[in-house]
Write a protein that binds this ligand. Structure first.
Ligand code: PMP
Length: 320
C-alpha cells in the first residue's frame, strides 16, 4: 500500500498539547502543599507565551494582521518578549515601544527574536509608551494586542491553562486559584476555565503591599507596592470587570513585598528558578491554605524566570 508519511510537527514545544508541569510544593515540613504551575518553562521564559501565541494566531486567522504585517506592543516586560517570539514564529514583524531606562537584557531578548525596540521618554512612563505604540499603529496600520483589555488574554488561560490544570490535579477539581494581577488574564482565565468544568473555586488575588506598612495598624497600612514586576495596580479592565461580576468568589490578599522577595529566594534554592512574583503568589497561596484548611487543593503559577532579574534587588544579596 502506498502511504504518505506524515511529517512530524517540527520546531514546536509547549504549544502543541504539551503542558507545563503542575508540581506540589511544600517549603516547610509543617506548611501547606501548594500546586504550582511552572510557567517559567514556557519557550520565552514566561506565562505570556500563552497569550502571545493565542492572540497572534487568532489575529492572523481572522485577518486582523496579514502575513508579514506589523505587531506593536507597549510593554517593557514579559509580554513584549513573548510577542516578539510569537511574531517570529508566525512570520510577522514586531515592534516594542518601552520607556527609556528598561534593562538591556529585555531589549536584547526582543532583538534576538527579530523584534525592534523603540524608546518613549522615561518621564512619561508606561502612558508614553502606550501613546507611542498607538501612534505607530495608526501610521503603519499595525496590529495592537492591547493585553490589558483584550478578551483573548483571559481566553487563552481559560481554554488552555485551566484545561491543563484540570488534567493534572488529582481528583480533577481545584478549590482555589491564586495569582498576582497584572492584566488579570491569568487569574480570571484560570477561574473561568475551572468554573466551565463544574468546579467552584475561590479566586485569590495577591496584592503586594509595602513592607513598612505591615506593622499592622496605622493609616498608611497596606499601600500597594510596585516592587513586584508584572503585578500592577489599576489599569486592567479585565480584572475590574471580573471583580464587579464575580466579587463573591474573589478574595484579595495583601502580601508584604519583602516577604514576597524572600520567598522567591527560598523557591530558587529549592530548585525553582523564579522571579519575585512567584514568591508573591506562593505567599498568598499559603494564606489561602490557612483559610481553606489542609485538604484544600490550591493552585498558583510561577510566572517567570529568575534570569530576568539579575540586575534587580532579587539578586542584591548575592552581589553584595
Ligand atoms: N507578569 C509577571 C512576571 C507576573 O508575575 C504576573 C503575575 N502573576 C503577571 C505578569 C500578571 O499576570 P496577568 O497579566 O495575567 O495578570
Amino acid at each position: 500500500m502506498n502511504t504518505v508519511a506524515r511529517l512530524p510537527d517540527c520546531n514546536h514545544y509547549l504549544d502543541r498539547g504539551t503542558a507545563t508541569p503542575l508540581i506540589p510544593v511544600r517549603l516547610d515540613a509543617d506548611g501547606p502543599t501548594i500546586w504550582c504551575k511552572l510557567e517559567f518553562l514556557n519557550p520565552s521564559g514566561s506565562t505570556k507565551d500563552r497569550i502571545a501565541g493565542y492572540i497572534l494566531h487568532k489575529a492572523v486567522r481572522t485577518g486582523r494582521v496579514a502575513p508579514g504585517g506589523l505587531v506593536v506592543e507597549a510593554s517593557s516586560g514579559s509580554t513584549s518578549i513573548a510577542m516578539a517570539l510569537a511574531s517570529a514564529q508566525l512570520g510577522l514583524k514586531f515592534l516594542a515601544v518601552m520607556p527609556e531606562g528598561v534593562s538591556s537584557e529585555r531589549r536584547m531578548m526582543i532583538e534576538a527574536y527579530g523584534g525592534e525596540v523603540r524608546f518613549s521618554p522615561r518621564a512619561e512612563g508606561i502612558l508614553g509608551a502606550l501613546a507611542g505604540a498607538a501612534a505607530v499603529a495608526a501610521e503603519r496600520g499595525a496590529f495592537l494586542p492591547l493585553q490589558f483589555e483584550n478578551p483573548d488574554n483571559p481566553a487563552a488561560h481559560r481554554g488552555r491553562t485551566a484545561q491543563e490544570v484540570l488534567a493534572q490535579i488529582p481528583g480533577g477539581c481545584v478549590d482555589a486559584v491564586v495569582s498576582g494581577v497584572g492584566t488579570g488574564g491569568t487569574l480570571v482565565g484560570l477561574f473561568e476555565g475551572l468554573c466551565d468544568h463544574g468546579c467552584s473555586p475561590t479566586a485569590f488575588a495577591a496584592r503586594p503591599v509595602t513592607g513598612a506598612a505591615v506593622g499592622g495598624a496605622g493609616a498608611e497600612c497596606c499601600s500597594f507596592s510596585g516592587r513586584i514586576p508584572g503585578v500592577v495596580d489599576g489599569p486592567s479592565t479585565i480584572y475590574t470587570r471580573f471583580r464587579a461580576e464575580r466579587g463573591a468568589s474573589l478574595v484579595e490578599i495583601d502580601v508584604r513585598d519583602d516577604e514576597a522577595v524572600d520567598l522567591a529566594r527560598r523557591l530558587i534554592r529549592k530548585g525553582f528558578p523564579v522571579g519575585p512574583s512567584s514568591g508573591l503568589n506562593f505567599r498568598a497561596a499559603m494564606a489561602a491554605a490557612e483559610r481553606l484548611g489542609p485538604e484544600a487543593r490550591i493552585v498558583t503559577v510561577f510566572p517567570d524566570r529568575m534570569e530576568r532579574y539579575f540586575s534587580t534587588e532579587l539578586f542584591a544579596r548575592a552581589i553584595g
